[in-house]
Design a protein around this ligand. Structure first.
Ligand SMILES: NC(=O)c1ccc[n+]([C@@H]2O[C@H](COP(=O)([O-])OP(=O)(O)OC[C@H]3O[C@@H](n4cnc5c(N)ncnc54)[C@H](O)[C@@H]3O)[C@@H](O)[C@H]2O)c1
Length: 373
């Protein structure tokens, strides 16, 4: 059974549609939707997904009379770069992909972020179809239209907001994911719980058995619930002028950690630490209770995140990268803060605020003491 969600946003001439189901990319519905675009398809994926699902999808599309060619790049955050984008653009040009092209991005957040950005600039913008294959991609990166590449100085610094026509979240792809990747997606689900849904947070807190057993119904329902949460947030603010910033909870520090670690730490791990530290800031500023801070810390720990920072990381380095965060104003970072589990502070519609530098220093030093091994 395929569940569909239509986004109530104009992007600008269509409303993105999301389809969630088991084996959805093998369905007639999938090929029917692709045909609606009346394009030929550049199917982009990474080197790890190509042998798992990429070549098979290219063959499936060809078998159904859909013109598709597979392009790949090496897997990993390190390759979410301007250089990779340029390499793919050169290949598309060499294969004479013109204005009648649509991009299908099949993969985790690295593939969908990078390919989405490529789609937004190729021939001044061509239609985009996303097939997220990681839990993180299904519950977060594939939804909302944010696209980007990293630079050595800052995460996701160059990119666009470009909505896909269609997103196909095929739950069957989750079965080949490692526990580490499931955990990475879980970090973003915990975030959704913390910012808007106490019931989701407490469901995660109490469902370790289903989580560890990879129960398919449980994961289907999580993908559905989290997609709905993200859809509702972005419908209120499709181009990030205010409210959508709530999705950045845990990410100001999380992104600084990723950059300081030279993108060698998984995104979900960095966000897990970021959420603990930003919850601590929320508590130290008198918003979040000590009890709720402790609950958040324990729930994150209970999913066995490694919560490890490397020896080389210093407080100064993290502060330097925090100042480069995209929400920063006058070189001062702004943080999304929690009032309680499931509620973010509005700060006059900005949904983020600057933090006193002494308090920031104090919490970063606590972070290093707690997590540097
Ligand atoms: N655009 C957004 O709104 C948004 C939101 C959150 C995160 N992100 C971005 O997402 C990225 C992280 O995404 P990710 O965690 O999916 O990482 P990823 O894309 O690097 O994928 C993780 C690894 O899993 C492999 N993989 C993917 N699907 C697989 C499958 N089904 N079976 C086996 N292996 C599989 C990949 O090849 C890769 O090696 C970061 O760059 C982050 O900035 C974007």
């Amino acid at each position: 059974m395929i569940h569909s969600l239509r986004f109530n946003i104009q992007a600008p001439s269509f409303s993105p549609e999301l389809f969630i189901g088991d084996q959805v990319v093998k369905s007639e519905h999938f090929t029917k939707k692709l045909r609606e675009l009346k394009c030929k398809f550049a199917l982009i994926t990474d080197s790890q997904i190509a042998p798992l699902f990429g070549y098979a999808l290219e063959g499936f599309l060809t078998l159904h009379g859909i013109d598709a060619h597979l392009f790949t790049f090496p897997a990993g955050e390190h390759f979410k770069s301007r250089e990779t984008k340029q390499m793919l653009e050169d290949q598309l040009i060499a294969y004479q992909f013109g204005r009648d092209t649509a991009i299908i991005a099949m993969g985790g957040g690295v593939v969908t972020d990078l390919s989405g950005f490529l789609a937004s600039t190729y021939c001044r913008g061509v239609p985009l179809v996303l097939i997220p294959t990681t839990l993180l991609g299904m519950v977060d990166a594939g939804i909302g239209g944010k696209t980007a590449v990293n630079t050595p100085q800052s995460k996701n610094f160059i990119g666009s907001i470009y909505h896909p026509h269609f997103i196909f979240s095929d739950i069957s792809f989750l079965s080949s994911l490692s526990t580490t990747e499931i955990r990475n997606g879980t970090a973003e689900m915990i975030k959704h719980g913390l910012i808007v849904s106490p019931s989701l947070f407490h469901e995660l807190e109490h469902s370790h058995d289903l989580w560890a057993a990879r129960n398919p119904d449980f994961f289907f329902s999580l993908v559905y619930k989290n997609s709905l949460i993200k859809k509702e947030v972005i419908e209120k603010d499709p181009y990030e002028t205010g409210y959508r910033r709530v999705l950045n909870f845990g990410h100001t520090i999380g992104h600084a950690i990723e950059t300081a670690e030279n993108y060698k730490i998984p995104h979900g791990e960095a966000v897990a630490i970021g959420m603990i530290v930003e919850s601590l800031i929320s508590h130290e500023m008198g918003f979040l209770s000590a009890h709720e801070f402790e609950t958040i810390y324990q729930v994150i720990k209970s999913f066995s995140f490694s919560l490890n920072l490397s020896k080389e990381i210093s407080e100064e380095k993290i502060e330097e990268f925090i100042a480069l965060d995209k929400k920063a104003t006058q070189k001062k970072a702004r943080f999304v803060l929690l009032k309680k589990i499931g509620e973010v502070l509005p700060f006059d519609g900005n949904y983020c605020t600057q933090v006193d530098s002494l308090l920031l220093q104090k919490t970063l030093l606590w972070m290093l003491k707690e997590f540097k091994k």
